[in-house]
Design a protein around this ligand. Structure first.
Ligand code: A2P
Length: 336
């Protein structure tokens, strides 16, 4: 099998570290792995397939000889360096928000719209973590019953904001349990034993950028602008895995039983829905897994054709690293 030279940009971060792990776990055909981060991380060693690889500083010439570049160092870095990597001949899978809504850039969830990859011009975007887990579950229902409207509220883990945020939740929880004053650095308020109704900055219409990302990205990935949607995105004091309460209104009637039946056969979905024995998706169950878990499926009795669902997934794996590597796997199939 042909082997590829792969680069991870942001290799020392929460998602970058997971990308390296997932490449190894899925036995991605890597010839050479280049790990790129800021000058602060130069000299750091990270292991891949039993070998220590030194982290290098991201520079304009970092992509010479690279076939696949996985980016996860934030939108500012991606805006500048993705085109540089693509120009050097790499196919880029970008985990930031920089290119997601660009008309020339496919926005891909492999279980939902794998064919969009064919239209790439060097850059392919990985969607927002909260969007990915929702569309993996909703697309199979949309195919059968056509979703007219989505109302989603998220309960997002701190890992989505990076390693510093994970550390902040640990330190604040410890301080609060010891009766000390917690230090606030990463979030606008204390996250320890608290809930924040803000993810990313506010826009003039009162929504946050995270909420608008979810709405716009869902329509692009599902390839249906007619879907009406509203979102409220919330940060909760959970280390890893995002949860979502999702309400859908469909054109065709879909019973909870038929939704369960459809979802139990859908790729990347695990139905966990036995309320009588307290079985439903939880962050502690989804942690470390690649599937999107769905449960609490029930009729919305306030409208004619409506369902409520509870969706949980590992935001660092399926919401970021795994989805990016799955895209790269489809890309290399087309190169063989
Ligand atoms: P570094 O560790 O050297 O700062 P997280 O999302 O977990 O905070 O991770 C962000 C990732 O983006 C890290 O790998 C970080 O590297 C990387 N990064 C941040 N700023 C830069 C930069 N200016 N150039 C290259 N990589 C960067």
């Amino acid at each position: 099998m042909k082997q590829y030279n792969v680069a991870i940009v942001g290799a020392t971060g929460a998602v970058g570290n997971k990308m390296r792990e997932v490449l190894e776990e899925r036995n991605f055909p890597v010839e050479n792995l280049r790990l790129l981060a800021s000058a602060r991380s130069v000299g750091k060693k990270l292991s891949f397939k039993g070998e220590d690889i030194s982290v290098e500083e991201l520079k304009e010439n970092s992509f010479v000889g690279i076939d696949i570049a996985l980016f996860s160092a934030g939108a500012t870095i991606s805006r500048k360096f993705c085109p540089i990597a693509a120009k050097a001949g790499a196919i880029v899978v970008d985990n930031s928000s920089a290119w997601r809504m660009d008309k020339e850039v496919p926005l891909v969830v492999p279980e939902v719209n794998p064919d969009a990859i064919k239209r790439h011009k060097g850059i392919i975007a990985n969607p927002n973590c909260s969007t990915i887990q929702m569309v993996v579950v909703l697309k199979p229902l949309h195919n059968v019953a056509k979703i007219k409207r989505i109302v989603v509220s998220t309960y997002q883990a701190v890992s989505g904001k990076g390693l510093k945020a994970v550390e902040e939740l640990k330190l604040q929880s410890k301080a609060l349990l010891e009766g000390a004053e917690p230090e606030i650095k990463v979030f606008p308020h204390r996250i320890g034993f608290n809930i924040l109704p803000q993810i990313d900055d506010f826009l003039p219409n009162g929504y946050t950028k995270e909420e608008i990302k979810m709405i716009q990205e869902t329509k692009k990935i599902m390839e249906d602008d007619s879907i009406k949607m509203t979102a409220t995105t919330i940060r909760v004091p959970v280390f890893n895995c995002h949860s979502e309460s999702v309400n859908i209104e469909t054109e065709k009637k879909l019973s909870p039983d038929s939704a369960r039946e459809i979802l139990s056969k859908s790729p990347g979905v695990i139905v966990l829905d036995e309320p009588a024995s307290c079985k439903y998706p939880l962050p502690s169950i989804a942690d470390g897994k690649d599937e999107c878990f769905v449960g609490r499926i029930r009729e919305d009795e306030s409208i004619e054709n409506g369902l409520n669902l509870w969706i949980v997934a590992d935001n660092i794996r399926k919401g970021a690293a795994t989805n990016a590597v799955q895209i790269a796997e489809i890309v290399i199939k087309s190169l063989q």
